[in-house]
Design a protein around this ligand. Sequence first.
Ligand SMILES: *Cc1c(COP(=O)(O)O)cnc(C)c1O
Length: 384
Amino acid sequence: MASENMDERWGFETRAIHAGQKPDPRTGAITVPVYQTTTYEQDAVGEDRGYEYSRTGNPTRDALELSIAALEGAEFGRAFASGMAAEDTILRLLNPGDHIVMGNDAYGGTFRLISKVLTRMGVTWSAADFSRKENIENCMTEQTRIIWTETPSNPLLSVVDIQMLSELAHSSGALCVVDNTFATPYLQQPLAHGADFVVHSTTKYLGGHSDVVGGFIATNSSELDQEIAFLQNAIGAVPAPWDCYLLLRGIKTLPVRMDRHCENAESIVNFLLDHPKVAGVLYPGLREHPTYEIAQKQMKKYGGMVSFTVKGGAEAARQIAAKTNVFTLAESLGAVESLIEVPAAMTHLSAEGSPLEVDGALIRLSVGIETVDDLIEDLAHALS
Ligand SMILES: *Cc1c(COP(=O)(O)O)cnc(C)c1O
């Protein structure tokens, strides 16, 4: 859906609650109804009222598309059944022989999709450490059509300079795609820094309650949006109306949740920094973090994800992750409840063959919005 201009003057919090969600014109219902319908009556043959079939268009999905597009400051947005479905749809813009450059710390599923599925269609790829521009330049070829980044990245939470990457992509006629799942549009809006596409796993912070899987693509280019709309309908990896409703419900509190995620994460970082069993802490907001200056430039705050290494190696990490009570041992991230995991043995397995070696002693936290003292006490107990 194309965004409504009136939403642009609203602040972020107002947009999170109202963008795309006027009260229902027929009944006045204050929340967007779940249009659980596959088809729509036509007034005459070929004369519909804007909807004909729910793969192509559904009013609940339209509301979600307007909502997230407004948050990203995007003209256009399209919703998908999962983050991977959104990623796959962007990647179908490519033709055999086209080349992708991605960060060597790309999400495992992204790495798997590109290296094991897209390659079957004759697409080629390179992965580079995106912390230095030369590394990316060295990978680019005449055929490079997409530079794909995630910032902050998983699980090392490195931040990539989106403006630098966009300029690099555009200088050689490529598109810059930014996976904004970890930051959310509340903390960072990649299109404003020159990116062509923003992609999301809305499963994470946007949904925020561990109860819905979804994906999203936003862009400011009407030409690119038209191609995505065509692919969205042609491939059909669309979200169900109920899932769109759950996402709309979650998004209303995104700004207040993110503030608390960030606040709790900062307290936990300070606790970990002082702990004798902790070898190192990774957080984009740490002055010592190698990408701190870029984070300061393009992020409002630094997010709810914290990674740290423990003394005692992989075995110690496994034991600690299994010993928490408030933090649940689980994959995924971005919801109200705190989660703990060991990437090398869990989430990073889908990135098998990835150039990034993840230290077995690394623990990743998705810091939730519980009482921070309970979270710290839980970690203190697990580390003791
Ligand atoms: C989870 C995730 C994805 C994949 O999204 P799904 O909704 O699980 O398909 C993509 N990118 C990042 C950064 C993720 O965390």
